[in-house]
Design a protein. Structure first.
Length: 115
């Protein structure tokens, strides 16, 4: 069973890369820790997890504590994300409106890349 949604897979691949970098010394150490062949892991990170077996992706996500609820995008709440949320919560109405306009613009730009 393979993961089909390409946009989701691209986001998940980037999240996995980021968390391996933050939680482990290198990819080899991570592959040894979770008992997945190094070549399989390197291929998944280079080509995206869409070509990786579903069970392998689940094993990787579980080891990195990446959780997914139904069809939501994967999200790992870390210190930087909490700081970003804290900053957002301190903005006034105009600041929030500006951030949301920029967010919408960037979202639309990125969605075009996946279509």
């Amino acid at each position: 069973m393979k993961i089909e949604n390409q946009a989701y897979c691209a986001q998940l691949t980037e999240l996995i890369k980021e968390n391996i970098e933050n939680q482990y010394k290198n990819i080899h150490q991570f592959s040894t820790t979770i008992d997945i062949p190094y070549t399989t892991l390197v291929s998944a990170l280079k080509n995206g997890v869409s070509g990786t077996g579903f069970q392998t992706v689940l094993t990787i996500c579980k080891a990195l504590k990446i959780q997914n609820t139904k069809n939501c995008n994967p999200l790992l709440v870390n210190a930087q994300k909490l700081l970003d949320i804290e900053k957002l919560l301190t903005l006034d109405t105009q600041g929030i409106e500006n951030v949301l306009k920029l967010l919408e613009m960037e979202y639309n730009r990125c969605i075009k890349d996946y279509e």
